[in-house]
Design a protein around this ligand. Sequence first.
Ligand code: PEP
Length: 256
Amino acid sequence: AVSRVPLIAGNWKMNLDHLQAIAFVQKLAWSLADAKHDFAAVEVAVFPPFTDLRSVQTLVAADKLPLAYGGQDLSAQDSGAYTGEIPGGFLKQLDCGYVIIGHSERRTMHAETDEVVAAKVQAALRHDLVPIICVGETAEDLEEHGPSAVPVAQLKAALAGVSSAADIVVAYEPVWAIGSGQAATPEQAEQVAAALRATLAETLGEDVAAKTRILYGGSVKAANIAGFMREPNVDGALVGGASLDIDEFSSIARFQ
Ligand code: PEP
């Protein structure tokens, strides 16, 4: 809200190959330009699969597109015998600005613990990538512990070893709202975002808490984005399904 530049981030997950990515990013840039999108006022970023990143880099550089992009994950290691892993250095070489860390799909399907998430945050920061640290509770967590306990604990764990000079983004993504069509209410998102900001203040200081962007994610669409963006502690959105539709994602970037 106040002095923070909102960020609208599209997590493509395992969709759009490198040829589709080129067409998509080009059309997205046209759509936003057509709508006279002010990129200085609202940052827009896409998170394609790893194999698309070289193509996206080439297009963004050639056409000087004002879009940011990054990886959906990275390795906690920098190089070596880690079959199938991608290190932060390789993402940085492709001019990635951001990397998503600890998405609930990684936590549940790839058994990523809070310790792994913390190590990946360190890896991102070593390579000058801004980590988008995802936290969020399941429906069972919500029932058992209330709305903020699990996301706050996950954030504290992810920040182990992070200095107050670090540039980070936090994404609050209730697991029950991801891909379910059942978004949190703006009030629910605000309540947890405020708790996460208080956690940032406690662990990294008031200045970091004031400047760090906290995104909401979970069934965000053009039809509900405006409500989230009116909340003082919500500074943008991490968008899954709706980021694969150019007109929809372009509308979300304009909060309409
Ligand atoms: C996500 O996976 O980060 C997400 C928010 O997905 P969706 O928007 O599809 O709920």
